[in-house]
Ligand binder design. Structure first.
Ligand code: AMP
Length: 189
């Protein structure tokens, strides 16, 4: 099973990916997690990516394409994978299509987890109020930035994968279990 989870930040891609890992026995491939690990370990990649990730912008296509191509060659990706947070631009989607042709494999589905941007921001503001402090405001600002980046650069992938006949949309505002059920139905149905 080869899947892409598409959706704005905070929609639940990571949560659903972890559940699907258990259900299908295939790895989650999160470019955000890989970048965060590199940043924490202060590797050359991490040092290059830190400021970009911190302000909510996208790391260059060349960097993330390289990360994904290498990761897809690992043995654990042979039976399949769940891409979480990649692709995020049309150029990344095109690069992925090429990689998959080269590796001789095909995507099964692209799951769009739909979520209302206003509700996502509201959740973060409420969390900020509960915890208090200035840092939470920074988070809200960065989240708004990431939502804008999503609208401008990632949302066009919905049309891209609709054209490829791969897109399945689910309502990400439902409870976690219901979203999982909808994803499984979209994949298996
Ligand atoms: P995520 O955990 O998927 O929300 O990613 C966190 C941050 O990592 C993003 O805001 C970007 O700065 C960076 N990032 C993750 N995946 C990508 C990608 N496919 N292309 C560019 N930047 C990415």
């Amino acid at each position: 099973m080869r899947l892409i989870l598409l959706g704005p930040p905070g929609a639940g891609k990571g949560t659903q990916a972890k559940i699907l890992v258990e259900a299908y026995g295939i790895p989650q491939l999160s470019t955000g997690d890989i970048l965060r690990s590199a940043i924490a370990a202060k590797t050359p990649l991490g040092l290059e990516a830190k400021a970009i990730v911190d302000r909510g912008d996208l790391v260059s296509d060349a960097i993330v394409n390289g990360i994904v191509s290498e990761r897809l060659d690992a043995e654990d990706c042979k039976p399949g994978f769940i891409l979480d947070g990649f692709p995020r631009t049309i150029a990344q989607a095109e690069a992925l299509d090429l990689m998959l042709v080269e590796k001789g494999v095909k995507l099964d589905a692209v799951i769009e987890i739909k979520a209302d941007a206003d509700v996502l921001v509201e959740r973060v503001i409420n969390r900020a109020k509960e915890s208090g402090g200035a840092r939470a405001d920074d988070n809200e600002e960065v989240l708004r930035k990431r939502l804008n980046v999503y609208q401008e650069q990632t949302a066009p992938l919905v049309a891209y994968y609709t054209d490829e006949g791969l897109l399945r949309a689910v309502d990400g505002m439902e409870p976690v279990e219901q979203v999982t059920a909808a994803i499984k139905a979209a994949i298996e149905g």
